[in-house]
Write a protein that binds this ligand. Structure first.
Ligand code: ADP
Ligand code: MG
Length: 365
């Protein structure tokens, strides 16, 4: 099987007429890595993928595959595997003919083609479906055939553009697992595009968050979730509470943040006081990191709040609360701990220094 190569995008810019869809993007994807490009609709994800595939020409910058400049190469010369949402199978060809297609194009021998098609159909668990036509398959099976066709010729790089977008939620989850397993087994370097943050978090080695044609942050799923770099990333991935405040002191990696005269919140930080002094800062706390406290001594930070409404979401309950100091705070607690809580009740919210992170607020409200 193919071993993946590394990809480098250097200062890539794409204009459609006067509109800048990709704005000076630099990004490296390591050999064998699964990188997801995540961003809202219109942020330039597909455009970036098309530049890598060669379907669109760069306005500026370059693209290197395994240190080789492919910027000027035609799509078919790049030998990249692709799977797009609407990358349809040939309806008049059987599964095995569909999968054999890229190999026939490359003029492999009959025996070679037969062997490779058999191997790859086995990999996607469709060895018993070789003689069927696409319309005789389910949506998930069709996508597996398309995936097999995309990787059967051992491409150095696989590009996925929302390939699971058309599938329902359960099937999508199943296919995510399937693609991850296959990607790992084959070791192919993969770039996947999605606007689904859950999909990005669960599938990727690293995630590249895009917005307005620019990269906001490239990081591991865990770092992205725990330490978003800015307001956009914090709000785009998961639920989060953002509280404005001024950092008044930092001692032993613990920042004292003044939110109100009578409200100081402590947050663990690696930043120095001087980098945050006199700048608009946000305390970012995930709802699941806030607990219902019995007394103030349990946590570094506690806050009295009134429960305004409770939303049951299965394994957890979301509480929308309003602090007595005015802040609106969302809390998520396990359902089994929510029995005694009702609307209008006053509760003590508690969390520790390390449960929150500090973000520089470039766009203060
Ligand atoms: P995404 O995949 O993140 O939804 P796209 O890369 O498809 O975003 O599009 C980014 C922006 O570029 C959008 O505003 C879109 O309307 C615009 N755009 C995309 N393709 C073209 C094109 N061929 N001509 C003009 N504008 C385009
Ligand atoms: Mg797109």
């Amino acid at each position: 099987m193919a071993l993946g190569d590394s990809l480098a995008v250097a200062n890539a810019t794409k204009y459609y007429k006067k509109f800048k869809a990709v704005d000076n993007i630099s990004l490296t994807v390591n050999k064998g890595e699964f990188l997801t490009i995540l961003g809202p609709s219109g942020s330039g994800k597909t455009s970036l993928l098309k530049l890598i595939a060669g379907f669109e020409e760069l306005s500026d910058g370059s693209i290197l595959l395994n240190n080789l400049d492919i910027t000027k190469k035609k799509p078919f010369e790049r030998e990249i595997g692709m799977l797009f949402q609407n990358y349809a199978l040939f309806p008049h060809m059987t599964v095995s003919d569909n999968v054999a297609y890229p190999l026939r194009l490359r003029k492999l021998s009959k025996e070679d083609i037969k062997q490779k098609v058999r191997d790859i159909l086995k990999l996607v668990h469709l060895e018993d479906y070789a003689d069927r036509f696409p319309e005789q398959l389910s949506g998930g099976q069709q996508q597996r055939v398309a995936l097999a066709r995309a990787i059967v010729f051992n491409p150095p790089l696989l590009l996925l553009d929302e390939p699971l977008g058309a599938l329902d939620k359960n099937l999508r989850k199943q296919m995510q697992l399937e693609i991850m397993k296959i990607q790992e087994k084959v070791g192919i370097t993969t770039i996947s595009v999605t606007h689904d943050q859950e999909e990005a978090l669960s599938m990727s080695d690293r995630i590249c968050v895009m917005n307005n044609g620019k990269i906001e942050q490239v990081d591991s799923p865990e770092n992205l979730y725990k330490h978003p770099k800015n307001r956009f990333v914090a709000e785009f991935i998961g639920e989060i509470n953002l509280i404005q405040g001024d950092v008044v002191d930092v001692v032993d990696q613990s920042a004292k943040v003044k939110v109100k005269d009578d409200l100081i919140i402590e947050v663990e930080t690696e930043k120095s006081h001087s980098t945050m002094k006199n700048r608009p800062m946000l305390i970012a706390i995930r709802p699941e990191n806030i607990q219902i406290a019995q007394d103030a001594s349990q946590f570094h930070n506690t806050l009295r709040a009134e429960v305004q409404n409770t939303i049951y979401v299965g394994e957890s309950v979301v509480l929308n609360t309003k602090a007595l100091t005015g802040e609106e705070i969302t809390v998520k607690i396990p359902t089994y701990m929510s029995d005694s809580i009702s609307n209008g009740q006053e509760v003590l919210l508690g969390w520790n220094r390390k449960d929150a992170t500090l973000i520089l607020d470039e766009t203060p409200a």
